[in-house]
Write a protein that binds this ligand. Structure first.
Ligand code: F6R
Length: 615
Protein backbone atom coordinates (compact mmCIF):
# COMPACT_ATOMS: atom_id res chain seq x y z
CA UNK A 1 0.00 0.00 0.00
CA UNK A 2 1.69 3.22 -1.16
CA UNK A 3 5.31 2.84 -2.16
CA UNK A 4 8.15 5.16 -1.24
CA UNK A 5 11.59 5.30 -2.78
CA UNK A 6 14.35 7.85 -2.22
CA UNK A 7 17.90 8.33 -3.47
CA UNK A 8 20.83 10.57 -2.66
CA UNK A 9 24.17 10.14 -4.44
CA UNK A 10 26.19 11.00 -7.52
CA UNK A 11 23.83 9.82 -10.24
CA UNK A 12 20.97 11.53 -12.01
CA UNK A 13 18.09 9.96 -10.14
CA UNK A 14 14.78 10.48 -11.98
CA UNK A 15 14.95 7.20 -13.92
CA UNK A 16 16.39 5.35 -10.97
CA UNK A 17 13.40 6.47 -8.88
CA UNK A 18 10.94 5.32 -11.56
CA UNK A 19 12.69 1.93 -11.69
CA UNK A 20 12.39 1.69 -7.91
CA UNK A 21 8.69 2.57 -8.10
CA UNK A 22 8.19 -0.11 -10.73
CA UNK A 23 9.47 -2.67 -8.25
CA UNK A 24 6.88 -1.40 -5.77
CA UNK A 25 3.95 -1.57 -8.19
CA UNK A 26 2.87 -4.83 -6.57
CA UNK A 27 1.89 -2.90 -3.46
CA UNK A 28 -1.06 -1.43 -5.34
CA UNK A 29 -1.43 2.20 -6.44
CA UNK A 30 -3.54 4.57 -8.46
CA UNK A 31 -1.15 7.49 -9.07
CA UNK A 32 2.57 8.13 -8.95
CA UNK A 33 5.06 10.95 -8.78
CA UNK A 34 8.54 12.09 -7.96
CA UNK A 35 10.41 15.15 -6.71
CA UNK A 36 14.00 15.78 -7.74
CA UNK A 37 16.41 18.34 -6.28
CA UNK A 38 18.86 19.78 -8.79
CA UNK A 39 20.68 22.95 -9.65
CA UNK A 40 17.42 24.52 -10.70
CA UNK A 41 15.82 23.71 -7.36
CA UNK A 42 12.91 21.37 -6.76
CA UNK A 43 10.99 19.74 -9.64
CA UNK A 44 7.84 17.75 -8.97
CA UNK A 45 6.19 15.54 -11.62
CA UNK A 46 3.00 13.57 -10.87
CA UNK A 47 0.38 11.63 -12.78
CA UNK A 48 -2.82 9.80 -12.05
CA UNK A 49 -2.89 6.13 -13.08
CA UNK A 50 -0.11 3.75 -13.96
CA UNK A 51 3.61 4.51 -13.97
CA UNK A 52 3.50 4.70 -17.77
CA UNK A 53 1.51 7.95 -17.37
CA UNK A 54 4.22 9.36 -15.14
CA UNK A 55 6.87 8.24 -17.62
CA UNK A 56 5.02 9.95 -20.47
CA UNK A 57 5.16 13.20 -18.47
CA UNK A 58 8.81 12.70 -17.64
CA UNK A 59 9.59 12.12 -21.31
CA UNK A 60 8.53 15.73 -21.96
CA UNK A 61 11.31 16.97 -19.64
CA UNK A 62 13.26 14.74 -17.28
CA UNK A 63 13.97 16.67 -14.08
CA UNK A 64 17.71 16.75 -13.43
CA UNK A 65 19.15 16.19 -9.99
CA UNK A 66 20.94 13.70 -7.75
CA UNK A 67 18.62 13.73 -4.76
CA UNK A 68 15.00 12.69 -5.03
CA UNK A 69 11.95 10.94 -3.68
CA UNK A 70 9.25 8.97 -5.52
CA UNK A 71 5.88 7.59 -4.56
CA UNK A 72 3.08 5.31 -5.71
CA UNK A 73 -0.18 6.31 -4.02
CA UNK A 74 -3.06 4.05 -3.01
CA UNK A 75 -5.88 6.50 -2.34
CA UNK A 76 -7.25 6.85 1.18
CA UNK A 77 -8.00 10.59 1.65
CA UNK A 78 -9.02 12.10 -1.69
CA UNK A 79 -9.69 10.37 -4.99
CA UNK A 80 -6.92 9.26 -7.37
CA UNK A 81 -5.94 12.39 -9.35
CA UNK A 82 -2.88 14.38 -10.46
CA UNK A 83 -3.43 16.85 -7.61
CA UNK A 84 -3.72 14.19 -4.93
CA UNK A 85 -0.68 12.26 -6.16
CA UNK A 86 2.49 12.57 -4.06
CA UNK A 87 4.97 14.23 -3.64
CA UNK A 88 3.18 17.17 -2.06
CA UNK A 89 5.22 20.31 -2.00
CA UNK A 90 5.06 23.75 -0.47
CA UNK A 91 7.66 26.49 -0.40
CA UNK A 92 10.52 24.28 -1.62
CA UNK A 93 9.68 21.33 0.66
CA UNK A 94 8.45 18.06 -0.90
CA UNK A 95 7.01 15.12 1.00
CA UNK A 96 5.97 11.54 0.26
CA UNK A 97 4.00 9.64 2.85
CA UNK A 98 2.49 6.22 3.48
CA UNK A 99 -0.05 6.06 6.32
CA UNK A 100 -2.92 8.11 7.69
CA UNK A 101 -2.81 11.37 9.63
CA UNK A 102 -5.73 11.10 12.02
CA UNK A 103 -5.84 14.76 13.12
CA UNK A 104 -5.49 16.17 9.59
CA UNK A 105 -8.82 18.01 9.63
CA UNK A 106 -7.89 19.86 12.80
CA UNK A 107 -4.41 20.69 11.46
CA UNK A 108 -5.81 21.78 8.11
CA UNK A 109 -8.20 24.14 9.81
CA UNK A 110 -5.55 25.81 11.94
CA UNK A 111 -3.13 26.07 9.00
CA UNK A 112 -5.97 27.52 6.91
CA UNK A 113 -6.61 30.18 9.55
CA UNK A 114 -2.91 31.10 9.36
CA UNK A 115 -3.32 31.74 5.62
CA UNK A 116 -2.19 28.43 4.11
CA UNK A 117 -3.87 27.39 0.86
CA UNK A 118 -4.05 23.70 -0.03
CA UNK A 119 -3.90 22.25 -3.48
CA UNK A 120 -5.04 18.68 -2.73
CA UNK A 121 -7.59 16.74 -0.68
CA UNK A 122 -4.92 14.64 1.00
CA UNK A 123 -3.86 14.44 4.61
CA UNK A 124 -0.21 14.34 3.47
CA UNK A 125 -0.05 17.86 2.10
CA UNK A 126 -0.27 19.13 5.67
CA UNK A 127 3.25 17.85 6.28
CA UNK A 128 4.73 20.08 3.59
CA UNK A 129 3.01 23.12 5.14
CA UNK A 130 3.97 22.25 8.71
CA UNK A 131 7.60 21.60 7.77
CA UNK A 132 7.78 24.81 5.76
CA UNK A 133 6.43 26.79 8.73
CA UNK A 134 9.08 25.29 11.00
CA UNK A 135 11.79 26.23 8.50
CA UNK A 136 10.51 29.78 8.52
CA UNK A 137 11.50 29.88 12.19
CA UNK A 138 15.14 29.37 11.12
CA UNK A 139 15.29 25.64 11.87
CA UNK A 140 17.09 23.23 9.57
CA UNK A 141 15.27 20.44 7.72
CA UNK A 142 15.75 17.66 10.33
CA UNK A 143 14.62 19.97 13.15
CA UNK A 144 11.66 21.14 11.07
CA UNK A 145 10.50 17.60 10.24
CA UNK A 146 10.74 16.71 13.94
CA UNK A 147 8.73 19.81 14.78
CA UNK A 148 6.04 18.89 12.26
CA UNK A 149 5.86 15.30 13.50
CA UNK A 150 5.24 16.51 17.05
CA UNK A 151 1.94 17.99 15.85
CA UNK A 152 0.78 14.92 13.99
CA UNK A 153 -1.24 11.95 15.27
CA UNK A 154 -1.35 8.88 13.08
CA UNK A 155 0.74 6.46 11.11
CA UNK A 156 3.46 7.32 8.69
CA UNK A 157 6.47 6.38 6.67
CA UNK A 158 7.73 9.73 5.50
CA UNK A 159 10.50 10.99 3.21
CA UNK A 160 11.20 14.70 2.82
CA UNK A 161 13.51 16.88 0.71
CA UNK A 162 13.99 20.64 0.73
CA UNK A 163 15.63 22.95 -1.79
CA UNK A 164 17.49 24.52 1.15
CA UNK A 165 19.23 21.19 1.80
CA UNK A 166 20.38 19.66 -1.49
CA UNK A 167 21.91 16.24 -0.94
CA UNK A 168 19.74 15.35 2.06
CA UNK A 169 16.78 13.05 2.64
CA UNK A 170 14.96 13.15 5.95
CA UNK A 171 12.89 10.08 6.76
CA UNK A 172 10.84 8.82 9.67
CA UNK A 173 8.67 5.82 10.44
CA UNK A 174 5.71 5.10 12.66
CA UNK A 175 3.73 1.92 11.86
CA UNK A 176 4.32 1.96 8.09
CA UNK A 177 7.38 0.15 6.76
CA UNK A 178 10.59 1.86 5.67
CA UNK A 179 13.96 0.39 4.90
CA UNK A 180 17.24 2.24 4.36
CA UNK A 181 19.64 0.87 1.73
CA UNK A 182 23.39 1.45 2.00
CA UNK A 183 25.21 1.94 -1.29
CA UNK A 184 28.67 3.09 -2.30
CA UNK A 185 28.71 6.86 -2.62
CA UNK A 186 24.94 6.81 -2.44
CA UNK A 187 22.16 5.76 -0.09
CA UNK A 188 18.50 4.83 -0.48
CA UNK A 189 15.23 4.57 1.32
CA UNK A 190 12.22 2.49 0.28
CA UNK A 191 9.02 0.92 1.50
CA UNK A 192 10.34 -2.50 0.59
CA UNK A 193 13.58 -4.12 -0.42
CA UNK A 194 12.81 -4.98 -4.09
CA UNK A 195 12.84 -1.23 -4.89
CA UNK A 196 16.55 -1.00 -4.10
CA UNK A 197 17.71 -4.58 -4.64
CA UNK A 198 19.36 -3.72 -7.97
CA UNK A 199 21.67 -1.32 -6.10
CA UNK A 200 22.35 -2.82 -2.68
CA UNK A 201 21.65 -5.78 -0.42
CA UNK A 202 22.84 -4.02 2.73
CA UNK A 203 19.80 -2.66 4.50
CA UNK A 204 18.59 -1.27 7.80
CA UNK A 205 14.93 -1.85 8.69
CA UNK A 206 13.69 1.25 10.49
CA UNK A 207 11.96 0.71 13.81
CA UNK A 208 8.90 2.46 15.20
CA UNK A 209 9.67 6.09 15.99
CA UNK A 210 12.98 6.06 14.11
CA UNK A 211 14.11 9.22 12.38
CA UNK A 212 17.05 9.34 9.96
CA UNK A 213 19.01 11.89 7.99
CA UNK A 214 20.41 10.35 4.82
CA UNK A 215 23.18 11.89 2.71
CA UNK A 216 25.41 10.32 0.08
CA UNK A 217 28.07 9.85 2.77
CA UNK A 218 26.02 8.09 5.41
CA UNK A 219 22.89 7.71 7.52
CA UNK A 220 22.35 9.07 11.00
CA UNK A 221 19.60 7.49 13.09
CA UNK A 222 17.97 9.26 16.01
CA UNK A 223 14.68 9.12 17.82
CA UNK A 224 12.14 11.89 17.40
CA UNK A 225 13.70 13.86 20.23
CA UNK A 226 17.10 13.76 18.49
CA UNK A 227 18.87 11.15 20.70
CA UNK A 228 21.30 9.08 18.61
CA UNK A 229 20.41 5.44 17.88
CA UNK A 230 22.59 2.56 16.72
CA UNK A 231 20.88 0.60 13.96
CA UNK A 232 22.92 -2.31 12.63
CA UNK A 233 22.68 -3.14 8.94
CA UNK A 234 21.98 -6.62 7.64
CA UNK A 235 22.79 -8.27 4.35
CA UNK A 236 19.73 -9.81 2.77
CA UNK A 237 20.00 -12.95 0.73
CA UNK A 238 17.37 -12.06 -1.87
CA UNK A 239 18.98 -11.47 -5.25
CA UNK A 240 17.78 -8.93 -7.85
CA UNK A 241 16.73 -11.75 -10.21
CA UNK A 242 14.41 -13.13 -7.53
CA UNK A 243 12.36 -9.99 -8.04
CA UNK A 244 12.22 -10.39 -11.87
CA UNK A 245 9.75 -12.33 -14.01
CA UNK A 246 12.36 -14.64 -15.56
CA UNK A 247 10.45 -15.25 -18.77
CA UNK A 248 7.02 -15.73 -17.17
CA UNK A 249 4.19 -13.53 -18.40
CA UNK A 250 3.28 -12.52 -14.86
CA UNK A 251 4.88 -12.61 -11.42
CA UNK A 252 1.96 -14.69 -10.20
CA UNK A 253 2.73 -17.41 -12.75
CA UNK A 254 6.40 -17.36 -11.86
CA UNK A 255 5.57 -17.55 -8.16
CA UNK A 256 3.19 -20.49 -8.63
CA UNK A 257 6.01 -22.33 -10.39
CA UNK A 258 8.53 -21.42 -7.71
CA UNK A 259 6.64 -23.29 -5.01
CA UNK A 260 8.66 -26.51 -5.05
CA UNK A 261 11.83 -24.45 -4.52
CA UNK A 262 10.20 -22.22 -1.90
CA UNK A 263 8.95 -25.25 0.02
CA UNK A 264 12.36 -26.91 -0.10
CA UNK A 265 13.94 -23.73 1.26
CA UNK A 266 11.34 -23.53 4.03
CA UNK A 267 11.80 -27.15 5.11
CA UNK A 268 15.53 -27.60 4.51
CA UNK A 269 17.83 -27.70 7.53
CA UNK A 270 14.93 -27.67 9.96
CA UNK A 271 14.12 -31.34 10.42
CA UNK A 272 15.96 -34.53 11.24
CA UNK A 273 14.40 -37.76 9.98
CA UNK A 274 16.61 -39.83 12.32
CA UNK A 275 15.40 -37.97 15.38
CA UNK A 276 11.86 -37.57 14.10
CA UNK A 277 12.03 -33.97 15.25
CA UNK A 278 12.19 -30.40 14.03
CA UNK A 279 14.68 -27.67 14.89
CA UNK A 280 13.40 -24.17 14.48
CA UNK A 281 16.13 -21.58 14.68
CA UNK A 282 14.59 -18.45 16.09
CA UNK A 283 11.82 -20.30 18.00
CA UNK A 284 12.80 -20.80 21.62
CA UNK A 285 10.13 -23.33 22.54
CA UNK A 286 11.00 -25.95 25.14
CA UNK A 287 9.11 -28.69 26.98
CA UNK A 288 8.39 -26.57 30.08
CA UNK A 289 7.07 -23.67 28.06
CA UNK A 290 4.95 -25.83 25.78
CA UNK A 291 3.53 -28.00 28.58
CA UNK A 292 2.00 -24.98 30.27
CA UNK A 293 0.27 -23.70 27.15
CA UNK A 294 -3.49 -23.88 27.46
CA UNK A 295 -4.23 -22.64 23.99
CA UNK A 296 -2.79 -21.26 20.79
CA UNK A 297 -4.39 -18.17 19.31
CA UNK A 298 -3.68 -17.50 15.64
CA UNK A 299 -4.29 -14.08 14.06
CA UNK A 300 -4.02 -13.33 10.35
CA UNK A 301 -5.78 -11.79 7.34
CA UNK A 302 -6.79 -13.00 3.89
CA UNK A 303 -4.74 -15.85 2.46
CA UNK A 304 -2.67 -16.03 5.64
CA UNK A 305 -5.91 -16.58 7.54
CA UNK A 306 -6.77 -19.49 5.26
CA UNK A 307 -3.33 -20.98 5.90
CA UNK A 308 -3.99 -20.55 9.61
CA UNK A 309 -7.22 -22.57 9.42
CA UNK A 310 -5.15 -25.47 8.10
CA UNK A 311 -2.48 -24.70 10.70
CA UNK A 312 -5.11 -25.19 13.41
CA UNK A 313 -5.92 -28.62 12.04
CA UNK A 314 -2.23 -29.56 11.93
CA UNK A 315 -1.49 -28.40 15.49
CA UNK A 316 -4.63 -29.85 17.04
CA UNK A 317 -4.07 -33.19 15.29
CA UNK A 318 -0.37 -33.54 16.00
CA UNK A 319 0.12 -31.65 19.28
CA UNK A 320 -3.38 -31.86 20.82
CA UNK A 321 -3.47 -28.22 21.95
CA UNK A 322 -6.69 -26.23 21.41
CA UNK A 323 -6.19 -23.64 18.69
CA UNK A 324 -8.35 -20.63 17.89
CA UNK A 325 -8.02 -18.78 14.60
CA UNK A 326 -9.24 -15.21 14.31
CA UNK A 327 -9.36 -12.70 11.53
CA UNK A 328 -6.97 -10.08 12.85
CA UNK A 329 -9.37 -7.23 12.07
CA UNK A 330 -11.99 -8.83 14.35
CA UNK A 331 -9.72 -10.11 17.09
CA UNK A 332 -8.24 -6.80 18.11
CA UNK A 333 -11.58 -5.27 19.03
CA UNK A 334 -13.29 -8.21 20.74
CA UNK A 335 -11.79 -8.28 24.25
CA UNK A 336 -10.14 -11.65 23.61
CA UNK A 337 -9.54 -14.17 26.39
CA UNK A 338 -5.77 -14.31 26.40
CA UNK A 339 -3.32 -14.87 29.24
CA UNK A 340 0.28 -15.84 29.84
CA UNK A 341 -0.48 -19.46 29.03
CA UNK A 342 -1.48 -18.54 25.50
CA UNK A 343 0.85 -18.67 22.53
CA UNK A 344 -0.25 -16.11 19.96
CA UNK A 345 0.85 -16.92 16.41
CA UNK A 346 0.73 -14.05 13.92
CA UNK A 347 0.85 -15.20 10.31
CA UNK A 348 1.78 -12.70 7.63
CA UNK A 349 3.68 -12.84 4.37
CA UNK A 350 4.66 -9.18 4.53
CA UNK A 351 4.97 -8.97 8.30
CA UNK A 352 3.49 -5.47 7.99
CA UNK A 353 -0.29 -6.00 7.82
CA UNK A 354 -1.73 -3.38 10.17
CA UNK A 355 -4.52 -5.54 11.63
CA UNK A 356 -2.27 -8.54 12.19
CA UNK A 357 0.36 -6.38 13.85
CA UNK A 358 -2.30 -4.67 15.99
CA UNK A 359 -3.78 -8.01 17.10
CA UNK A 360 -0.37 -9.44 17.85
CA UNK A 361 0.37 -6.43 20.07
CA UNK A 362 -3.02 -6.80 21.74
CA UNK A 363 -2.39 -10.47 22.55
CA UNK A 364 1.12 -9.81 23.80
CA UNK A 365 -0.06 -6.93 25.96
CA UNK A 366 -2.40 -9.45 27.65
CA UNK A 367 0.56 -11.67 28.50
CA UNK A 368 0.69 -14.05 25.54
CA UNK A 369 3.97 -15.23 24.12
CA UNK A 370 4.23 -14.15 20.48
CA UNK A 371 5.38 -16.32 17.60
CA UNK A 372 5.50 -14.91 14.08
CA UNK A 373 5.27 -16.88 10.84
CA UNK A 374 6.54 -14.32 8.32
CA UNK A 375 8.21 -14.19 4.94
CA UNK A 376 9.93 -10.82 5.14
CA UNK A 377 12.99 -10.87 7.34
CA UNK A 378 13.13 -7.95 9.75
CA UNK A 379 9.49 -6.93 9.13
CA UNK A 380 7.52 -5.28 11.93
CA UNK A 381 5.73 -8.44 13.11
CA UNK A 382 8.97 -10.44 13.06
CA UNK A 383 10.73 -7.75 15.06
CA UNK A 384 8.10 -7.70 17.77
CA UNK A 385 7.89 -11.47 18.17
CA UNK A 386 9.44 -13.64 20.89
CA UNK A 387 9.87 -16.41 18.33
CA UNK A 388 10.07 -16.18 14.55
CA UNK A 389 9.56 -18.93 12.03
CA UNK A 390 10.48 -17.51 8.65
CA UNK A 391 9.02 -18.96 5.49
CA UNK A 392 11.68 -18.84 2.80
CA UNK A 393 9.39 -18.11 -0.11
CA UNK A 394 11.58 -15.27 -1.45
CA UNK A 395 10.02 -11.99 -2.57
CA UNK A 396 6.33 -12.34 -3.47
CA UNK A 397 5.51 -9.61 -5.97
CA UNK A 398 2.18 -10.75 -7.44
CA UNK A 399 -0.59 -9.23 -5.34
CA UNK A 400 -2.36 -12.59 -5.16
CA UNK A 401 -0.53 -14.69 -2.64
CA UNK A 402 0.55 -18.15 -3.81
CA UNK A 403 3.94 -19.33 -2.61
CA UNK A 404 3.42 -17.50 0.67
CA UNK A 405 0.38 -19.72 1.33
CA UNK A 406 2.07 -23.04 0.64
CA UNK A 407 5.20 -22.13 2.60
CA UNK A 408 3.04 -21.00 5.53
CA UNK A 409 1.43 -24.45 5.49
CA UNK A 410 4.87 -26.07 5.51
CA UNK A 411 5.92 -23.83 8.41
CA UNK A 412 2.77 -24.75 10.35
CA UNK A 413 3.41 -28.42 9.75
CA UNK A 414 6.97 -28.15 11.10
CA UNK A 415 5.67 -26.22 14.09
CA UNK A 416 2.97 -28.83 14.73
CA UNK A 417 5.50 -31.68 14.66
CA UNK A 418 7.80 -29.74 17.00
CA UNK A 419 4.97 -29.02 19.43
CA UNK A 420 3.83 -32.65 19.23
CA UNK A 421 7.31 -33.88 20.06
CA UNK A 422 7.71 -31.40 22.94
CA UNK A 423 4.32 -32.35 24.39
CA UNK A 424 4.88 -36.05 23.87
CA UNK A 425 1.83 -36.49 21.65
CA UNK A 426 4.13 -37.69 18.86
CA UNK A 427 6.66 -40.48 19.29
CA UNK A 428 9.98 -40.21 17.43
CA UNK A 429 8.67 -42.83 15.00
CA UNK A 430 5.48 -40.83 14.32
CA UNK A 431 7.56 -37.67 13.96
CA UNK A 432 9.77 -39.48 11.46
CA UNK A 433 6.80 -40.55 9.33
CA UNK A 434 5.43 -37.02 9.21
CA UNK A 435 8.79 -35.58 8.29
CA UNK A 436 9.32 -38.14 5.54
CA UNK A 437 5.99 -37.00 4.13
CA UNK A 438 6.86 -33.30 4.15
CA UNK A 439 10.25 -33.94 2.55
CA UNK A 440 8.38 -35.48 -0.38
CA UNK A 441 6.04 -32.54 -0.85
CA UNK A 442 8.21 -30.34 -3.13
CA UNK A 443 8.54 -33.22 -5.58
CA UNK A 444 4.76 -33.77 -5.54
CA UNK A 445 4.21 -30.06 -6.14
CA UNK A 446 6.41 -30.29 -9.26
CA UNK A 447 4.26 -33.21 -10.39
CA UNK A 448 1.07 -31.12 -10.18
CA UNK A 449 2.65 -28.51 -12.49
CA UNK A 450 2.65 -31.17 -15.20
CA UNK A 451 -1.14 -30.91 -15.29
CA UNK A 452 -1.04 -27.22 -16.16
CA UNK A 453 -2.32 -27.75 -19.72
CA UNK A 454 -5.31 -29.66 -18.43
CA UNK A 455 -5.97 -26.97 -15.85
CA UNK A 456 -5.64 -24.23 -18.49
CA UNK A 457 -8.22 -25.98 -20.69
CA UNK A 458 -10.63 -26.17 -17.76
CA UNK A 459 -9.97 -22.51 -16.98
CA UNK A 460 -10.73 -21.39 -20.55
CA UNK A 461 -13.91 -23.48 -20.58
CA UNK A 462 -15.27 -21.85 -17.45
CA UNK A 463 -13.75 -18.38 -17.84
CA UNK A 464 -17.13 -16.82 -18.77
CA UNK A 465 -18.80 -17.84 -15.51
CA UNK A 466 -20.25 -15.02 -13.47
CA UNK A 467 -20.20 -16.95 -10.20
CA UNK A 468 -18.32 -20.02 -9.04
CA UNK A 469 -18.59 -22.14 -5.92
CA UNK A 470 -15.63 -23.95 -4.32
CA UNK A 471 -16.40 -26.90 -2.04
CA UNK A 472 -14.11 -28.83 0.29
CA UNK A 473 -14.33 -30.90 3.48
CA UNK A 474 -11.89 -31.34 6.37
CA UNK A 475 -8.40 -30.22 5.33
CA UNK A 476 -9.80 -29.22 1.95
CA UNK A 477 -12.25 -26.66 3.36
CA UNK A 478 -9.61 -23.91 3.81
CA UNK A 479 -8.41 -24.72 0.28
CA UNK A 480 -11.94 -24.06 -0.99
CA UNK A 481 -11.88 -20.66 0.76
CA UNK A 482 -8.45 -19.88 -0.68
CA UNK A 483 -9.45 -21.04 -4.19
CA UNK A 484 -12.46 -18.71 -4.13
CA UNK A 485 -10.42 -15.76 -2.87
CA UNK A 486 -7.80 -16.26 -5.58
CA UNK A 487 -10.40 -16.42 -8.34
CA UNK A 488 -12.34 -13.37 -7.22
CA UNK A 489 -9.34 -11.13 -6.62
CA UNK A 490 -7.66 -11.60 -9.98
CA UNK A 491 -10.50 -12.49 -12.39
CA UNK A 492 -13.28 -10.42 -10.73
CA UNK A 493 -15.59 -13.45 -10.96
CA UNK A 494 -17.74 -13.72 -7.88
CA UNK A 495 -16.68 -16.86 -6.02
CA UNK A 496 -17.57 -18.43 -2.68
CA UNK A 497 -15.71 -21.07 -0.73
CA UNK A 498 -17.88 -23.40 1.36
CA UNK A 499 -17.49 -26.40 3.60
CA UNK A 500 -19.21 -29.00 1.42
CA UNK A 501 -21.38 -30.17 4.32
CA UNK A 502 -22.82 -26.66 4.60
CA UNK A 503 -24.08 -26.67 1.02
CA UNK A 504 -27.47 -27.98 2.02
CA UNK A 505 -27.82 -25.17 4.52
CA UNK A 506 -28.08 -22.47 1.90
CA UNK A 507 -25.81 -22.31 -1.13
CA UNK A 508 -27.50 -25.26 -2.83
CA UNK A 509 -30.26 -22.83 -3.75
CA UNK A 510 -27.83 -21.12 -6.12
CA UNK A 511 -26.86 -24.20 -8.08
CA UNK A 512 -27.81 -24.35 -11.76
CA UNK A 513 -25.94 -24.67 -15.05
CA UNK A 514 -24.70 -21.07 -14.73
CA UNK A 515 -22.96 -21.67 -11.40
CA UNK A 516 -20.02 -24.04 -11.93
CA UNK A 517 -18.76 -25.80 -8.81
CA UNK A 518 -15.13 -26.67 -8.20
CA UNK A 519 -14.99 -29.61 -5.84
CA UNK A 520 -11.84 -30.53 -3.95
CA UNK A 521 -12.26 -34.28 -3.72
CA UNK A 522 -8.97 -36.09 -3.12
CA UNK A 523 -9.06 -39.38 -1.24
CA UNK A 524 -8.40 -38.92 2.48
CA UNK A 525 -5.09 -40.77 2.31
CA UNK A 526 -3.14 -43.29 0.28
CA UNK A 527 -4.45 -46.09 2.52
CA UNK A 528 -8.16 -45.33 2.46
CA UNK A 529 -10.70 -43.38 0.47
CA UNK A 530 -11.96 -42.04 3.79
CA UNK A 531 -15.03 -40.36 5.17
CA UNK A 532 -14.37 -36.93 3.66
CA UNK A 533 -14.01 -38.51 0.24
CA UNK A 534 -17.19 -40.59 0.59
CA UNK A 535 -19.18 -37.59 1.76
CA UNK A 536 -17.95 -35.29 -0.95
CA UNK A 537 -18.93 -37.86 -3.58
CA UNK A 538 -22.45 -37.38 -2.23
CA UNK A 539 -22.10 -33.60 -2.49
CA UNK A 540 -21.04 -33.90 -6.14
CA UNK A 541 -24.16 -35.97 -6.84
CA UNK A 542 -26.29 -33.30 -5.19
CA UNK A 543 -24.76 -30.63 -7.43
CA UNK A 544 -25.32 -32.73 -10.56
CA UNK A 545 -28.89 -33.50 -9.61
CA UNK A 546 -29.55 -29.74 -9.78
CA UNK A 547 -27.98 -29.30 -13.19
CA UNK A 548 -24.70 -27.99 -11.77
CA UNK A 549 -21.45 -28.30 -13.73
CA UNK A 550 -18.58 -29.83 -11.78
CA UNK A 551 -14.85 -29.21 -12.02
CA UNK A 552 -13.24 -31.86 -9.84
CA UNK A 553 -9.83 -32.04 -8.25
CA UNK A 554 -9.26 -35.71 -7.42
CA UNK A 555 -6.57 -38.23 -6.52
CA UNK A 556 -4.56 -39.83 -9.31
CA UNK A 557 -6.00 -43.28 -10.01
CA UNK A 558 -9.47 -42.42 -8.70
CA UNK A 559 -12.11 -43.37 -11.26
CA UNK A 560 -15.29 -42.38 -9.42
CA UNK A 561 -14.90 -38.61 -9.17
CA UNK A 562 -13.75 -37.96 -12.79
CA UNK A 563 -16.84 -39.75 -14.09
CA UNK A 564 -19.05 -37.21 -12.36
CA UNK A 565 -17.20 -34.12 -13.55
CA UNK A 566 -17.12 -32.02 -16.69
CA UNK A 567 -13.43 -31.27 -16.06
CA UNK A 568 -11.22 -33.36 -13.82
CA UNK A 569 -7.73 -32.58 -12.54
CA UNK A 570 -5.71 -35.36 -10.91
CA UNK A 571 -3.38 -34.93 -7.94
CA UNK A 572 -0.68 -37.05 -6.33
CA UNK A 573 -1.56 -38.29 -2.85
CA UNK A 574 0.19 -37.50 0.41
CA UNK A 575 -0.43 -37.28 4.17
CA UNK A 576 -3.94 -35.72 4.54
CA UNK A 577 -2.62 -32.79 6.59
CA UNK A 578 -0.19 -31.94 3.78
CA UNK A 579 -2.70 -32.48 0.98
CA UNK A 580 -3.76 -28.77 0.99
CA UNK A 581 -0.26 -27.83 -0.21
CA UNK A 582 -0.83 -30.05 -3.23
CA UNK A 583 -4.51 -29.40 -3.88
CA UNK A 584 -4.28 -25.61 -3.73
CA UNK A 585 -1.97 -25.57 -6.77
CA UNK A 586 -4.66 -26.42 -9.37
CA UNK A 587 -6.89 -23.72 -7.84
CA UNK A 588 -4.06 -21.18 -8.20
CA UNK A 589 -3.37 -22.18 -11.80
CA UNK A 590 -7.09 -22.26 -12.61
CA UNK A 591 -7.57 -18.71 -11.28
CA UNK A 592 -4.44 -17.52 -13.04
CA UNK A 593 -5.52 -18.87 -16.44
CA UNK A 594 -9.09 -17.64 -16.07
CA UNK A 595 -7.81 -14.14 -15.27
CA UNK A 596 -5.20 -14.18 -18.02
CA UNK A 597 -7.84 -15.34 -20.52
CA UNK A 598 -10.15 -12.55 -19.42
CA UNK A 599 -7.29 -10.07 -19.82
CA UNK A 600 -7.30 -8.64 -16.30
CA UNK A 601 -4.26 -7.10 -14.64
CA UNK A 602 -3.17 -10.33 -12.95
CA UNK A 603 -0.27 -8.99 -10.89
CA UNK A 604 -1.97 -5.79 -9.83
CA UNK A 605 -5.71 -6.39 -9.63
CA UNK A 606 -7.88 -3.30 -9.32
CA UNK A 607 -8.32 -1.77 -5.84
CA UNK A 608 -5.94 -4.22 -4.16
CA UNK A 609 -2.71 -3.53 -2.31
CA UNK A 610 -0.11 -6.18 -1.59
CA UNK A 611 0.63 -5.11 1.89
CA UNK A 612 -2.27 -3.56 3.81
CA UNK A 613 -0.49 -1.22 6.19
CA UNK A 614 -3.59 0.76 7.19
CA UNK A 615 -6.68 -0.53 9.01
C1 F6R B 1 -4.68 -12.60 -1.15
C2 F6R B 1 -3.74 -11.81 -0.39
C3 F6R B 1 -4.21 -11.13 0.85
C4 F6R B 1 -3.14 -11.28 1.95
C5 F6R B 1 -3.55 -10.44 3.18
C6 F6R B 1 -2.57 -10.63 4.32
O1 F6R B 1 -4.08 -13.18 -2.26
O2 F6R B 1 -2.60 -11.68 -0.75
O3 F6R B 1 -5.43 -11.62 1.26
O4 F6R B 1 -3.01 -12.61 2.27
O5 F6R B 1 -3.61 -9.09 2.84
O6 F6R B 1 -1.28 -10.24 3.96
P1 F6R B 1 -0.03 -10.68 4.81
O7 F6R B 1 0.12 -12.14 4.70
O8 F6R B 1 1.12 -9.93 4.20
O9 F6R B 1 -0.29 -10.26 6.22
Amino acid sequence: MCGIVGYVGDEECANLLVEGLRKLEYRGYDSAGLAVLGEKGLSVVRAKGKLSNLEARLAEAVPRGKTGIGHTRWATHGKPSDENAHPHSYGGVAVVHNGIIENHLELKESLGKAGHKFSSETDTEIFAHLIHDEMQKGLDLPQSVRGALRNVKGTYALAVVSDEHPGMLVVSKNASPLVVGLGEGCNFVASDVPAILAHTRDVIYMEEGDFAVITRKGVEFTDLAGAKLARPSRRIDWTPTMAEKNGHKHFMHKEIHEQARALTDTIRGRASIEEGDVFLDGCHLDTKLVQKLTKIQIVACGTSWHASLTGKLMIETLARIPVEVDLASEFRYREPLIDKNTLCVAVSQSGETADTLGSFREARSRGARGLAICNVVGSAIAREADDVLYTHAGPEIGVASTKAFTTQLAAFFLLAVRLGRLRGTLTPEQGRRHLEAIFEVPMLVERVMKYEDLIRQAAYKFSHARDLLFLGRGPQYPVALEGALKLKEISYIHAEGYAAGEMKHGPIALIDEDMPVMVLAPRDSAEEAGVNYEKILGNIQEVRARGGRVIAIHSEGDTKVPQLAEAAIPLPQTNPLLMPIISVIPTQLFSYHVADHRGTDVDQPRNLAKSVTVE
